[in-house]
Ligand binder design. Sequence first.
Ligand code: GRF
Length: 203
Amino acid sequence: TKVAILISGRGSNMKSLIQAAKDSDYPAEIIGVFSNRADAAGLDYAKEHGIQTAVISHKDFDSREAFCDALDAQLEAWGTEFICLAGYMRIHSNAFAEKWLGKMLNIHPSLLPLFKGLKPQQQALDAGVKVSGATVHEVTPELDAGPSVMQGVVPVLEDDDADSLAARILTVEHEIYPKALKYFLEKRRNTDQNLAAQQTLIW
Ligand code: GRF
């Protein structure tokens, strides 16, 4: 499956996906990395690994819809079949989210449905929870609300601040995102095959 990764910054989750996809048994090929920010550090890593990149700034567009149309055109030009958001900090237009429904995953640093949106690690500390973690989920038009695919759990320690908790969660992010993508794509393929088999019976 031809996968494009969307980033806005550091790109450490992007790296973990690129590394995993080097395995010949892995069901995804990373065909492009897109950023809405030219200064996203992850772009250099992608280029160094021979992956094409594109930058389109949301600031050059009057509306979310127009920006997402330009993003979509770039993804189509690459032949994208599936999207992974990895620290991508833009909310999609409804049209974009609906078009890619079932074909787009995101990773969020909390145990969703808890602590959606910005600063989820600080939200976890403020709530006083004893465990937190990361969730890979399907992207739907509603922010951080799509069906969960895989979660990883970490303890929240007495003396944690947002940075120390974020670092602990990040290690499980790097572990679960490649696993979740593999699981999701293989499950999807099986479902397609099942559907094809059912269709054969129905026809
Ligand atoms: C990660 O914590 C991710 O869960 C969140 O933003 C952060 C991005 O980090 N959505 P990176 O760019 O993948 O290093």
